[in-house]
Design a protein around this ligand. Structure first.
Ligand SMILES: *Cc1c(COP(=O)(O)O)cnc(C)c1O
Length: 242
């Protein structure tokens, strides 16, 4: 163990080193179970509260995708980070869009047509096209943002008209479940929606990614068709906020 970092950073690095290989193995196992290669699955490290030194260590160890939740936190860390694919995965307010569009290659958490419009507007300003995922509130929870499955298709058709935004799929955070059966039920619903919408071949909509599954359920998510899993705690240990 090196002396150059604080205890907290060293602890997270040690946790990562201990758990990363195991997580990759489980991803490989889940993908093989359904006849996919683990290369088909993106392991995105959810890096909220994680220090740049730890994130860089993870990237140097093989993590290719990171996802941040909070605009201010991300902006304060970004200049210290080495190269990786950067996604925004947290709740995004319309007035923060302008601060983030230049910094990420995908926004996974687009929860309204209004937000998509603003992303389009800000991307136009800087001459960029943003890949986005639509966040689906698959459990219809009051406490969560995102499109209900009923409003999804109409929203997609609106968003498809935007020039500087490209829908690449769906993201979801299902309700907290007591068992695998419950969670798989939500994951299966999401997969069905994903397949149904893909089958409609809507112009300018390119259904490639289904982002679902976190530390406690990424294995099940992959079995149910996820190809992006967002993992934080299992890679870096417990954190103080969500
Ligand atoms: C924090 C977070 C994750 C990762 O959650 P863990 O349970 O720590 O793996 C995934 N997705 C989103 C949107 C998050 O905010």
């Amino acid at each position: 163990m090196t002396e150059k970092y604080s205890t907290e950073i060293n602890e997270k690095i040690a946790w990562f080193d201990k758990n990363y290989a195991e997580i990759k193995n489980r991803i490989a196992e889940a993908s093989e179970t359904i006849g996919k290669s683990s290369d088909d699955i993106i392991l995105l490290a959810a890096t909220k509260t994680v220090e740049p030194e730890v994130i860089n260590h993870a990237i140097e160890s093989g993590i290719e995708y990171i996802g941040e939740n909070r605009v201010q936190e991300f902006l304060s860390k970004k200049d210290s980070l080495i190269t990786s694919h950067r996604h925004f995965i947290g709740h995004l307010q319309t007035n923060k869009v302008k601060d983030i569009v230049a910094e990420v290659e995908m926004i996974e958490s687009v929860h309204s047509v209004k937000l998509a419009n603003e992303i389009d507007k800000q991307c136009k300003r800087i001459g960029k096209t943003m890949e986005i995922l639509l966040e689906v509130n698959i459990g219809n929870e009051e406490s969560k943002s995102g499109f209900s499955s009923e409003e999804l298709e109409a929203a997609l058709k609106e968003i498809a008209k935007l020039e500087c935004v490209k829908v690449k799929g769906f993201m979801t955070i299902p309700p907290i479940c007591e068992n695998c059966e419950q969670i798989c039920n939500y994951f299966n619903k999401m997969h069905k929606l994903f397949i149904d919408i893909r089958g409609k071949n809507i112009d300018n909509i390119d259904m490639v990614y289904l982002s679902m599954g976190m530390s406690s359920d990424y294995y099940e998510a992959i079995l149910c068709g996820a190809n992006i899993v967002r993992v934080g705690t299992s890679l870096f240990g417990r954190r103080n906020y969500n």
